[in-house]
Design a protein around this ligand. Sequence first.
Ligand code: BG6
Ligand code: MG
Length: 213
Amino acid sequence: MKFKGIIFDLDGVLVHTDKLHYRAWKKIADARGISFNEEMNNLLRGVSRMESLEIILRNYHGPALSEDEKLAIAEEKNSYYKEELKAMTPADVTEEVREALSALKAAGMKVAIGSSSKNTKFILKQVGLYRLFDAVSDGTNIRKSKPDPEVFLKAAEYISLAPSECLVVEDAVAGIEAAKSGGMKAAGIGDAASYEKTDYRLATFANLKDIVL
Ligand code: BG6
Ligand code: MG
């Protein structure tokens, strides 16, 4: 086998929470007269909550906001987002994803999560995937978010593998950058599939088995 472990990004790879993030940020933006659309939402993929807010605030032209005010806005966004996450169920994970994960595990591969989200464990539990993973590295155990490799290096450490033994699966350019600077190979899905630094382009999630088994 080419790899001993696979590290999965969560949002946009295993579950499609992008639209939920978008709706929550859109409420924040609309209430403050900030222009924000789905194209801009794509810039927030893989980026931490506070960094996402800074990107959104590039279009804010009101009075300067203090750090405390920014923290309160991020908290408000998260409360809208969490309300939507509560409605997620195992049906939000496709059969294709479940089958691929089972096949990888059956082949003896270690599987871990590498996500910038502080809601990672909540989401994994909602969709019934939490117990399947050997380790979870997420927004709660890192100091720097993607494109910094910290979240993936921690995931590799948690499953006791060297970065070179791991493949990262990502939908975000920031995530591919993080994997590459951490010394890992990267498979890209969605937007990340056409990124120049992506090692393996995944047309569908099922293609993953062809790459690693
Ligand atoms: C990433 C998402 O997985 O998590 C980003 O791609 C999001 O869009 C980031 O901003 C942080 O998420 P959370 O759940 O901690 O606000
Ligand atoms: Mg993602």
